[in-house]
Structure formats: C-alpha cells, structure tokens
Design a binder for this molecule. Structure first.
Ligand code: MN
Length: 464
C-alpha cells in the first residue's frame, strides 16, 4: 500500500539523522495526547531524548519560539498539515516531520509530511493522528506494536469509531487485539459503566443521549423506576456492570423506547465495547471510550501532562487525571443545564434549520464544542439542523464551534468559511465538526452573517 510505503520512507529519513534531543509538538486533544505518548514511548525505546509541548493550534508565536530553540529535529503530531507554508517558512534548516491526518493545506512543500489525505484515504475516519504516529513507530521498531491500543484510543477520541473501524484504523485495532492490550465485548455502549452508579451513568450519558434522562438526575431515577430496575442492591448503588441479564434487557429496551423519534437509529446504543486488558475493572481507564474522554478532559482543562502520564502508565498521575475527569464531567453537565435554562432567552437563537448559542463567559471555550456535539446527538432538533456555538476564551477572543444534527451531506467547514469571508478569523476542523477563533468585537457581525449564511443553507437543503 502506498501510504505504508510512505511511512517506511519517512522512517528511513528519520533513521538517517543524527539524533540529539527530538522536539515534539502535539495537539491538545485525546488524539494529540495519544499521538504524543506513542512517539515518546517509541523514542524512549530507542534511547532518544525528547522535549514535549502540547498546544491548541499552531501560530506564528509558537513557530518563532521553535525557530529560536536549538533542536534540529521537530515532530508535529496530530497537527501541522493545515499550516504547511507557515511551518516551512519559519523552520527552514530544521528537519521537520509532520505526522497528521487533518486536511492538508494545498501547497507544495519540502517538509517531511505524512498524512492519509495525500494517499486518497479519508483522514476523517480511516486514520487518526495517533494512527499515523503509531504506523511510524511500528516501522521504527516492531516492538512498538504494544502501543497500538493508544492509537485505538486516539481514533475513538476523534470520533472515528462507529460500531467498528474502517481502513487502517481497523488494522491498528487488530494489532491491539493481537498484542493483548484490547479485548472487544458487545453490549450497551454507555459511558461510565465501569465507574458510576447506574442512575449517574444515565444522567451523564451524552452519547447516547437519552431524552428526559441525560443531564437530569431526577429524570434518570424516575426512568429506572418506570422500567422496573432497583436503584440499589444491598444498600449500595448498582453499577451498569452489576446488572443481571434481565435488568440489562429492560434497560436496553427502555433506552431504545426513549430514543424513538430521534433521527439516528435508537438501537445505536448497542455495539462493540473496547476494553483495555491491563486496566482494572471499574476504572475510567478500563473502557477505551472513557480513556479517550479522560485524555480530552486533561486537554480541555489544560493539564495535558496528566494525560500523557496516564498513557505512559504512571499510576500517581493517572489518579490525578481521574479526579480531573470527575470535575470535567460535572462542568459538562453544568453547561448542558445552562443551555436548557437559556433556550428561551436572547442567548440562544432557534430557527428552522439552525440554532446559534451565544454562551459568552457562561461556558468554557474548551467545552463549547463538546456542548454543541452533545446537542447535535440529542434529538432536540431535526436531522440536518446546524448548531453554531460561541464562547469567550481567556485570551478575550471568541471560540466558535459548528456541528450538525444527525447525518448530513453539508460540510461544516464550508459554512464556517462563508461566514469568515465576511468577518475574518482562523478556522479549521473536519467535515462534521469545525471551529474557529474570531475577535470578540466581531461577535455581533459574525452572528448576523451566520444567520444569513445558515438561512440560505437551510433553504437549499429543503429544496434538495
Ligand atoms: Mn486528530
């Protein structure tokens, strides 16, 4: 396969270099943290020293800093492809490796650039950043097959898993199973089944979203009562993993019934669950999906080193990361509650075909995309509805996230670009999930322009 040949070539180039300390720059999300951890482990194995930074996005300041530093080899992992010309210009004379899966900037470059999009693969679903780094590591040293599970976590973090994997992701999963790091079970794909009391699992279940239950503790308890499942057993709250077959069936049926009318298939709650064989039962690191969320939490709460430490198997750091995850989940539920309680205010515009949420300082900028994703997966709005959500950043800019409800052919990046043509700002992302940063004083203009653009999209979709 051409891509694997390209991986081999890149590894050869790397092997030909004299190795002092390698500089790693990784993306601040679950996939980026997995990517970084795989590269760290692989370099450790070769006794190569490294120095790591995790960043939200590449900008001129960061490149200026890297230019000043004395590292001849720099790896960009899970980012960089969108900034090829900037990077090439800033870092001439250094050996730059870009291992990424985001849509590349359409320019010719002399950088060492590994990206599935360049080989007619869909980097949105067939391979994650961590997958690219893993394939590099595997070629570097066969032993690195034991890192494949981290690439599975990275892909799940980037939402590339939907009842299974396709493309190279699937090959990586096979490596993870073969190296006995991951086992697959079929079941109810609910978050926290290892860790939380059942009613809490339901309350915090954002994917699947359960109407009347997600974000609503009383609703969750009432729901369990309705379907005839006891909250406690021997005085202790039941966990999902403790349910007998009968109760599990009741729960599945109950959830499916609640989700009827939701555009995605109600039975989507069932499917493969990826368990990490070396992790303890009832820990958030047992289930690969929870592991990915834990890494995301570390990124979003600006503690990526806790995520890396967890991936590298440091128990102390892992415990800290788990506590962080608990705070993160609380904050997500709070943001969902803010959304519900402001639906009839001017903070939230609801029109046919689109909604605009202007959270300002009420929701952390790093969580606004998560909120938009959650709403897109609820069945609050019709299939194809576009969700635009804005929140202020600490740097006093405005972060915007765009999502779409259900399945749609619309590319969120195009929508964003149409708006940004008017207001200015830097955007990026994937087909189904895009985001950008704009100046705060452009917020009003952005919303006005967005209403025009989104109104047009909504009409076009109706005609189709
Ligand atoms: Mn990624």
């Amino acid at each position: 396969m051409e891509f694997l040949q390209a991986v081999e070539d890149v590894v050869k180039e790397f092997n030909n270099l004299e190795k002092r300390t390698v500089r790693i720059v990784g993306h601040l999300d679950a996939d980026g943290i997995s990517s970084t951890s795989i590269l760290i482990s692989a370099l450790k194995r070769e006794n190569i020293k490294f120095n790591v930074s995790i960043i939200k996005q590449i900008d001129q300041n960061i490149l200026d800093e890297l230019k000043k530093e004395d590292y001849p080899i720099i790896f960009f992992v899970d980012l960089g492809s969108g900034n090829l010309s900037m990077i090439e210009k800033a870092l001439t004379g250094k050996h730059v490796f870009i291992l990424d899966h985001h849509k590349p900037e359409d320019v010719k470059t002399n950088l060492i650039h590994l990206n599935p999009h360049l080989y007619e693969m869909d980097g949105d679903i067939e391979l994650s950043g961590a997958g690219v780094v893993y394939l590099f590591a595997r070629k570097l040293n066969e032993k690195n097959k034991d890192l494949s599970y981290l690439a599975v976590i990275g892909a799940i973090g980037d939402m590339q898993e939907s009842k299974g994997f396709i493309g190279l992701n699937n090959e990586i999963l096979k490596d993870a199973i073969q190296s006995r790091k991951i086992e697959i079970k079929d079941g109810l794909r609910m978050f926290g089944m290892q860790t939380r009391p059942l009613h809490k699992v339901l309350e915090y279940s954002t994917d699947p979203y359960v109407p009347g239950v997600t974000g609503n503790e009383k609703g969750a308890i009432r729901f369990l009562g309705e379907i005839g499942i006891e909250l406690k057993e021997n005085g202790k709250f039941k966990k999902l993993i403790h349910l007998n077959q009968d109760d599990t069936k009741k729960l599945i049926t109950g959830i499916i019934l609640r989700r009827l009318g939701s555009e995605d298939k109600p039975e989507d709650v069932l499917g493969p669950i990826y368990l990490l064989t070396n992790e303890e039962e009832e820990n958030p690191t047992k289930d690969a999906r929870e592991f990915a969320t834990l890494l995301n939490a570390c990124g979003r709460l600006n503690k990526p080193s806790l995520g890396i430490g967890t991936c590298l198997g440091n128990v102390n750091i892992k415990n800290k990361a788990i506590n962080l995850l608990i705070d993160y989940k609380k904050e997500i539920i709070n943001s969902l509650n803010w959304f519900y309680s402001h639906r009839n205010t001017s903070d939230i515009v609801e029109r046919k075909g689109y909604i605009i949420i202007n959270a300002e300082d009420n929701i952390r900028d790093t969580l606004i995309g998560t909120l938009a994703s959650m709403i897109s997966k609820s069945n609050l709005y019709a299939n194809g509805t576009i969700i635009l959500a804005l929140a202020h950043t600490l740097e006093e800019d405005t972060k915007v996230s765009v999502r779409i409800c259900g399945n749609s052919s619309v590319d969120t990046r195009n929508i964003l670009n149409d708006i940004l043509k008017v207001t200015g700002g830097i955007g990026g992302g994937h087909k189904g999930a895009a985001g950008c940063l704009i100046l705060q004083e452009k917020e009003e203009e952005f919303i006005k322009t967005a209403e025009k653009v989104l109104g047009k999209v909504a009409i076009e979709e109706e005609i189709k």
